[in-house]
Design a protein around this ligand. Structure first.
Ligand code: 0L1
Ligand code: MG
Length: 262
């Protein structure tokens, strides 16, 4: 760690205030170029602690930047991980208030719900599938707190990987009922397909993102609790949205899930 506890707490307060007030900010590494990964995840943890202390409930986790399309779009090379609290959850077919966000984008994802705790190191796709209760379609709404989505990976991790809102729904399936590599996804905005993908776009298999998350947490002495909902990462590039947009994700054999931006 290169940052003091006080600096981590101040940066967490700053980023969370930006999130709650829908205000953008330059990336943290502009003022803290030596920030390391422990600092970055430390700031993310401090944001979570602030939310929990106000009564939020941790309901899951997310992997981000897990597809080549996303990595290319953001010009980065490796996945990142964040948390999901109940405040981020939007009911199926529900509305998202754009005034609460800075510059939202949507991503088509496969969500996993675990029936067993998942623990690294050495976690692999087989272990993930064995621990998964069901999978279902999900749309993640990301909203980087950084001006013009300009950031580096450590700044993104500190900013809880741009997590803002999400919706899951459609048809939940047992993991053995579907080949998650070949499953097709169509993301529609206002009735028009705007992004097309397949499960394999996410690290070859969406369960690989969950395994990476478990192995990442193991390095920090943590595990993924049973019952967690996990977003495995966008299968396509992210699509910008604005008030008035209706977004629908259709996943092969898994139905659809939608959101409206007002
Ligand atoms: O879920 C994601 O892939 C987002 C990762 C953070 C980078 C971004 O804001 O696009
Ligand atoms: Mg995502």
């Amino acid at each position: 760690m290169t940052l003091t506890k006080d600096t981590i707490a101040l940066l967490a307060e700053h980023l969370e205030t930006c999130q709650l007030q829908a205000q953008d900010t330059p990336k943290l590494t502009d003022d803290h170029p030596d920030m390391d990964w422990n600092d970055a995840y430390g700031i993310q943890d401090a944001i979570l602690a602030r939310k929990l202390s106000r009564g939020a409930r941790l309901i899951g986790l997310k992997a981000g930047l897990t597809s080549h399309a996303k990595m290319q779009q953001m010009d980065v090379q490796s996945p990142v991980f964040g948390f999901l609290v109940d405040d981020f959850s939007v009911p199926e077919g529900g509305t998202v208030q754009t005034r609460e966000l800075i510059h939202p984008k949507v991503e088509p994802e496969i969500a996993f719900v675990l029936k067993q705790t998942l623990k690294g190191p050495g976690c692999h796709i087989g272990a993930v599938l064995a621990a998964t209760d069901f999978v279902l379609p999900g749309i993640e709404v990301i909203d980087s707190r950084y001006r013009d989505f300009k950031f580096d990976l450590k700044s993104v991790v500190a900013d809880n990987t741009s997590a803002a809102r999400f919706v899951v729904g459609g048809r939940a399936l047992r993991p053995e009922a579907i080949d998650l590599r070949t499953v097709g996804l169509v993301l529609e905005k206002n009735g028009q397909p705007v992004a097309l993908g397949a499960g394999a776009a996410v690290l070859g298999h969406p369960a690989a993102a969950i395994a990476m998350l478990a192995n990442h947490l193991a390095e920090r002495g943590q595990e993924i609790p049973a019952g967690s909902l996990i977003l495995s990462g966008g299968a396509t590039e992210a699509i910008a949205v604005e008030a008035g947009d209706h977004v629908c994700l259709r996943v092969q054999d898994m139905g659809s899930v939608s959101l409206r931006f007002v």
